[in-house]
Structure formats: structure tokens, C-alpha cells
Ligand binder design. Structure first.
Ligand code: C2E
Ligand code: CA
Ligand code: CA
Length: 515
């Protein structure tokens, strides 16, 4: 049976009652009332009976008054306790999904460290939604909120006896107590499958995925905090490898994470110190042999003089949210450099896929061109197929902003994606760049030769300029010229070089140097 403890006001009322009963009992036992009667009899000339009656009545009224005040006080105390409880709840919960938050999880970890009696074993699942940003961007924040609430409900029903946390954004953690028959991989897959069920709000459907990483306590760490960090690490690896994956934590992931954190910190500082700058590789008209422009290729020269290739640091910049600052810096620099070239030379600049899901990208680029004073017709932006597939609606808005302002768009690495042709039919590009992999092998491979021929014919049919990348051999150049390819790029025609080294002997153009 649960023990009922009286509240403080109740205790006070009980104490007063006890005093009253005690006085009553004393007066009864020692015959005080008889003594009082006698006293009144003896002094009947004084109005003592009236005075006593008045005293009784005022005492009784006083008792009622005190009881009412005590009740008031009790209500006030109750209200304050409730308010304090609400403040505590808000501090430890996410108000949207009503799930406990990171602070709650932190205090639970601290408690688990103190509480040596608890010999619980846990499987910690870190979950990140795949495609949530798209739902938010395309369908609005109300839908985004509804998705988060539904995910919270689905996870809570999947783990009715365990704790589900929302750590912020689209990140969730489940602290699942392990019982004999709960296999973590199977549980991870169930998380993926419940989140993978379609979401429908106001008749609009949205599909999401989940990347799940898990780590076990105590096998993967002595304290729960460390295990959560490890499951997070596993989730990061799962996310990197694709959608809807479940990854258990393994020790090597930690090294990878540590390395990434170091590269990220170095990159942050390199951007601050403007240590990343563009090199320029010539784009040559294959009919006239003249340079028609340069492609800007990012180079990171570290303090030790080592060059880190863009394929290594651009993805880190994307993941760490540094790509916007990096691009702004590089583009500003490249546009300034391009002002020192002859007026008819174009600047070709690469955009990474993730950037095309940023609606404001087009306007930001146009602002940089305006600030620097480089006319839009001298700028060409290179985008890849994957950039357009990732978030087709936003990509179109961004590209439209740019095209309407006079910037040209090139489809880069053509032929390496899986929907090249559908991209061509859905969007009007000014240029197609045949990927290096076709050019490097087409002389020895009859099929590649046919593919290149077909791409050039396609370009002619669509009225789109064709560029071939990665020309290293004279024979490749010759064949491409014979096939009627418009523009060439590659080590044979010119390696990427810093502004100071830009000469265009082949084309008879000497690029002026301002710096
Ligand atoms: P990409 O746009 O396909 O650039 C062409 C890459 O091929 C460049 O590598 C270039 O140096 C290399 N290349 C050029 N000619 C030849 C050749 O004849 N033979 C061989 N083997 N390679 C050749 P890089 O500079 O390392 O750039 C790699 C990729 O990094 C680029 O591929 C581009 O996707 C990305 N990237 C470079 N700069 C930027 C940038 O500023 N922003 C973004 N978002 N991405 C960039
Ligand atoms: Ca490119
Ligand atoms: Ca390319």
C-alpha cells in the first residue's frame, strides 16, 4: 500500500486540533470548567459570562480565519511547485515532440556514472533522418514539424519501455535496455523501416529515410556518454555511405572521426586566412586553337607548402557547412583575377552539388559579380548531374536566377551519372563537358569512340557546345578535332596554374597580370 504523507498545512491543522483536544482534556481532567463556573458565580457582579462568550466567538472566528489562510497558503505553494515543475520540464524536453532533450540525456549520463548499483546494459541508437531538409524546403516548416512529431511517436511506440530523445534538428537517440532477445542490428533495421513508412499530411505525401548507428554499453565504452559519442560516430559513417543504413560502432571509426575533426579545424582556419585560392586551367577552342577562358580549380596550400587536392577538402567543407564561405571567397578572388584578363575570356567556376539546394545561391553569386564588376556573360558555372537530381526544384530556381541574369551553365562530368539524358531534356544547358574517363580511353576503345561521337552529335542537335576534358595526348586532340568537338581542356593544352603563370602562347594570347 502506498504511504500517504500529509502536506504541511494539513500538519498545521492537525497540530491545532491536537492543542485544542489537549486543552479540552486538561480542563476536563482538572475540572477547570467547574473552577471557572465558581469564579463566575463569585463575581456575578462582573459581566464575565458575556466576556467569555465574546472570547469564544472571536476564538472560533479566528480558527476559521486561520484555516482559510492556511488553505490559501497551501494553494499558493502548490501553484509554485507546479510552475517550477513546468520550468524543469521545459528545460529537459523538446517542446515540439515532447521527447526528452540533450540536457535530459546529459543528466541521465551523469546519474548513471554516480549510480554504481545500476548494472543496466544498453544499446544506444543514434538516428539521423535522410531527406528531412528537402521536406522542410519543399513542403514548408509546418510539414517539417509534423514529420518530426510523427517520427517521435513512431520511435516511442517502437520502444515503449525505453527512452527516446530528440537532440535537435532531425537527430534522435534511443537508449534501449538490452534484454535477451533484442538483437541491435534487427532493432536498427526496425527503426529504418518505421521511419521509412510514408508520411502524409493534408493529402501531401513525403518519403524519408534514416541513417542509424549504434554502440553497446558497456562493451563500447566505460561510460554512457562515450558510448553515445560512439553510436554518433557510427551514424555518421552510415550517413556517409548512403540512405537507410544501420552501422554498428567499430574502433576504426573513431580514428576516422578524429582525423575528420582535425581536417575540419585546419580547413576552417585556412578559409579564415584565405589559404585556399584558385588555379586556372585553359579552355581552348579546338577550331582556332585559341584560349576562350579558364576553369578555376581550388588549391589549398598548407603552411608546410603541401597542396591538398579539392577532391579531399571540398567534401569536408560541404559536410562542415563551410562551403558557402569557401565558395564566396574563391569566387570573389576568381572574378577579381578575371578582370585582369582580356574581355573576351570567360571564367568557368565549379559549384558543388550540395550548394544547389540553397535557394539563395544564385542571388549570392550575382551579388559577388556585381560587387567585383565582372559582367555576367563572362561567367560560366559548372554543375554536375547529381547536383540537379538531389533537389531538382531548388536547383531549377537557382539556375533560373543565374540564367536570367546572363550567366551560362555547363553540365560537368557528363556521362558519369545515371540520368544524363533526362537532365538534358529537362534543363537547357549552354555547355556539356564530356568526362575525362571517356577521353582517356576512347582511342583504344571503339565503344568509347562511338559514345563520344554520339555526345558530339547530341550537342550539335541541341545546339549545345561540347567540351572534352582530360586531353593528355596529341592523338586524342587530333581525333576530337576530327569529330568536331568544340572545346578542349587537359594537360596537353595547359595544366592548372596560378594567376601569375597564366600565359596563352598556344592561342597567341598573353594574359595580362595585374598582381
Ligand atoms: P572537375 O571539375 O572535373 O575538374 C577537372 C579536374 O581534372 C581537375 O582536378 C583538373 O586538375 C584535372 N585535370 C585537368 N586536365 C587533366 C588531364 O589532362 N589529366 C588528368 N588526369 N586530370 C586533369 P582538380 O583540380 O583536382 O579538381 C578535382 C575536382 O574538384 C573538380 O573536378 C571539381 O569537381 C572539384 N573542384 C575543384 N575546384 C572546385 C571549386 O572551387 N569548387 C567546387 N565546388 N569544386 C571544385
Ligand atoms: Ca569542372
Ligand atoms: Ca569535370
Amino acid at each position: 500500500m502506498p504511504r500517504i504523507r500529509p502536506t504541511r498545512p494539513q500538519m498545521e491543522i492537525l497540530a491545532w486540533l491536537a492543542i485544542f483536544v489537549l486543552l479540552f482534556w486538561l480542563s476536563w481532567s482538572f475540572h477547570w470548567h467547574e473552577d471557572l463556573d465558581e469564579f463566575i458565580e463569585r463575581h456575578h457582579d462582573y459581566p464575565l459570562d458575556h466576556a467569555l462568550l465574546a472570547l469564544n466567538i472571536s476564538g472560533f472566528l479566528g480558527l476559521i480565519y486561520s484555516a482559510l489562510r492556511i488553505l490559501d497558503l497551501s494553494r499558493e505553494v502548490h501553484r509554485r511547485l507546479q510552475a517550477e515543475k513546468n520550468v524543469d520540464w521545459i528545460a529537459c524536453h523538446d517542446t515540439l515532440t515532447e521527447l526528452p532533450n540533450r540536457r535530459f540525456l546529459d543528466s541521465l549520463c551523469a546519474q548513471a556514472m554516480i549510480d554504481q548499483r545500476a548494472h543496466e546494459t544498453y544499446a544506444v541508437f543514434s538516428i539521423d533522418l535522410d531527406g528531412f531538409k528537402k521536406v522542410n524546403d519543399l513542403l514548408g516548416h509546418d510539414h517539417g514539424d509534423a514529420v518530426l512529431k510523427t517520427v517521435a511517436q513512431r520511435l516511442s511506440s517502437l520502444f515503449p519501455r525505453d527512452r527516446v530523445f530528440r537532440l535537435g534538428g532531425d537527430e534522435f537517440v534511443v537508449l534501449a535496455r538490452r534484454s535477451g532477445n533484442s538483437e541491435p542490428v534487427a532493432l536498427g533495421n526496425r527503426i529504418v523501416s518505421v521511419i521509412g513508412k510514408p508520411f502524409t499530411f493534408n493529402g501531401v505525401a513525403a518519403d524519408l529515410g534514416a541513417s542509424v548507428g549504434f554502440a553497446l554499453y558497456p562493451e563500447n565504452g566505460d561510460d554512457l556518454r562515450q558510448v553515445i559519442r560512439h553510436s554518433d560516430c557510427a551514424m555518421y559513417v552510415a550517413k556517409k555511405q548512403g540512405r537507410n543504413l544501420v552501422k554498428p560502432f567499430v574502433a576504426s571509426m573513431q580514428d576516422e572521426m578524429t582525423k575528420r575533426i582535425r581536417v575540419e579545424a585546419d580547413l576552417r582556419s585556412a578559409i579564415k586566412k584565405a589559404e585556399i585560392f584558385p588555379y586556372y586551367q585553359p579552355l581552348v577552342d579546338l577550331k582556332t586553337n585559341k584560349i576562350i577562358g579558364f576553369e578555376a580549380l581550388a588549391r589549398w596550400k598548407t603552411a608546410s607548402g603541401e597542396f591538398i587536392p579539392p577532391n579531399e577538402f571540398i567534401p569536408v567543407a560541404e559536410e562542415a557547412g563551410l562551403i558557402v564561405d569557401l565558395t564566396d571567397q574563391l569566387l570573389r578572388r576568381a572574378c577579381t583575377d578575371a578582370l585582369s584578363w582580356p574581355n573576351d575570356l570567360v571564367l568557368s567556376f565549379n559549384l558543388s552539388p550540395i550548394q544547389l539546394s540553397d535557394r539563395l545561391l544564385g542571388l549570392r553569386i550575382l551579388k559577388i559579380l556585381g560587387d567585383v564588376g565582372l559582367p555576367t556573360h563572362r561567367v560560366e558555372l559548372e554543375v554536375t548531374e547529381s547536383a540537379i537530381i538531389q533537389d531538382a526544384v531548388t536547383a531549377r530556381i537557382v539556375l533560373d536566377d543565374l540564367v536570367n541574369a546572363g550567366v551560362r551553365i555547363a553540365l560537368d562530368d557528363f556521362g558519369t551519372g545515371y540520368s544524363s539524358l533526362s537532365q538534358l531534356s529537362s534543363y537547357r544547358f549552354d555547355k556539356i563537358k564530356i568526362d575525362r574517363s571517356f577521353v582517356s580511353s576512347f582511342e583504344t576503345n571503339d565503344k568509347q569512340d562511338k559514345v563520344i561521337k554520339a555526345i558530339i552529335a547530341l550537342g550539335a542537335g541541341l545546339g549545345v557546345t561540347i567540351t572534352a576534358e582530360g586531353i593528355e595526348e596529341e592523338s586524342q586532340l587530333q581525333r576530337l578535332q576530327d569529330l568536331g568537338c568544340h572545346i578542349g581542356q587537359g594537360y596537353l593544352l595547359g595544366r592548372p596554374a596560378p594567376l601569375e603563370e597564366l600565359t596563352a602562347d598556344k592561342a597567341g594570347v598573353k594574359v595580362s597580370q595585374r598582381r
